[in-house]
Write a protein that binds this ligand. Structure first.
Ligand code: ATP
Ligand code: ATP
Ligand code: MG
Ligand code: MG
Lengths: 227, 227
């Protein structure tokens, strides 16, 4: 499903060069559940933005379902992001003027889902993350962990094949975290491919494969014992 | 040092009433190290904003050093916030147009600290959280955990007596978290009063007192065995 070959992402700030990714190669098959772990600033979010077609590498290739994304037009990329990928952002990226429900509906609007159906699906996604009683709140009328859960609901409402979650439980108590972990587990069982960046050992333990990143490089990549 | 009496904070959204805090009473003495834990949406950040004089309760009293803050003028409140309290926000609240160094200097500018000294102190605070090589980056040129550490450095640069930390390690790996926990521990030993909202058991274990919140109320408040 996913293949990165020798990916580099290099930022130039004045005479400082930051190698956010410094030669990353990685294959993720359909239906895998992989956790990405590593120190703060090691390149995890940068890698995930490239996986999610939200950013472009400076060097190397990224193939999605066998096709190099540098061959996609902008419209095709937008289509892939909208239909195939659900992205849960580390800092949520919710629209401040829209309610929780409207935020979750947004990707469904882009998919052309009719109003009644999309409101139902957005409603169900918010119920699934325990926010049934917060649908009409805007982000600044929600707690940190509630905003995080709206971001999760929004990523899942389109039922994407590939779920990319950047630290989805960073603001959640252990009970809410356990619910999100259970949810990711069920989605995996239903056939989705899941890549989670996490500092939470409970999530890493749920994954079948652990990819460790340090200083913009993969330093280990291990599948757990077969089950 | 801090006393809350029967504090209520009630939001009205249309015909929905949200009791973010529903009768909270609490005393925190000088030099205590308290952890606040509880489910997502239970009222922790709301309580901390009132403690930090960033928000005002709808009912009840809040006394800081024996004085009711409703007696303070706006200027006096701003002075208290700037000189006495260091607040680490759950969502960082950094200024996007300023570099990490400039963000950390800001409270020192308000204190009238001369330029050479404030740059040194801001520099040192960023070194302390491991960001010596990221001083000139703006927030959108930093990782999530790096932004979180800038927020921590900014809160500590003024050497405040009272440190209020809202989930300071939510975006940090275990190594960076351990460093921040060690830092809070040292500040406590140096005589500061520390209140930390956290979902991280390692921080809660470091505290001498654990305050549990649920549905806007304190449900338990226990000091650990005397040491
Ligand atoms: N402006 C507002 N209008 C309406 N409700 C609000 C507003 N701000 C907060 N709330 C509600 O108040 C409750 C408490 O919010 P608070 O941010 O204190 O929770 P929290 O304990 O910090 O949660 P978390 O662990 O998720 O950060 C939440 O249920 C939230 O939805
Ligand atoms: N626009 C930019 N300009 C310069 N450097 C950048 C930029 N964006 C990110 N960086 C740097 O690239 C590195 C990798 O950032 P990234 O966000 O991928 O880290 P991360 O592993 O997700 O960290 P965290 O666990 O703290 O979220 C960091 O050291 C960061 O400072
Ligand atoms: Mg990140
Ligand atoms: Mg909070």
């Amino acid at each position: 499903m996913i293949e990165m070959r020798n990916i580099r992402k290099i930022y130039q700030l004045g005479d400082e060069e930051v190698r956010a990714l410094d030669g990353v190669s990685l294959r993720i098959e359909d239906h895998e559940f992989a956790a990405v772990i590593g120190p703060s600033g090691s390149g995890k979010s940068t890698m995930m933005h490239i996986l999610g077609c939200l950013d472009v590498a400076d060097e190397g290739e990224y193939l999605l379902d066998g096709r190099d994304i540098s061959d996609y037009t902008d419209d095709q990329l937008a289509e892939v992001r909208n239909r195939k990928i659900g992205f849960i952002f580390q800092q949520f990226n919710l629209l401040q003027k829209l309610s929780a429900l409207e935020n979750v509906e947004l990707p469904l609007i882009y998919q052309g889902v009719p109003r009644v159906e999309r409101q139902k699906r957005a409603h169900d996604a918010l119920e699934l993350v325990g926010l049934g009683d917060r649908m009409n709140h805007r982000p600044n009328q929600l707690s940190g962990g509630q905003q995080q859960r709206v971001a999760i609901a929004r990523a899942l409402a389109t039922k994407p094949e590939l779920i990319l979650a950047d630290e989805p439980t960073g603001n959640l108590d252990s009970h809410s975290s356990a619910e999100i972990i259970g949810l990711l587990h069920r989605l995996h069982e239903q056939g989705n491919t899941i890549v989670v960046i996490t500092h939470d050992n409970d999530i890493a333990e749920e994954a079948e494969r652990i990819i460790r990143i340090r200083d913009g490089r993969i330093v280990s990549d291990e599948r757990k014992g077969a089950s």
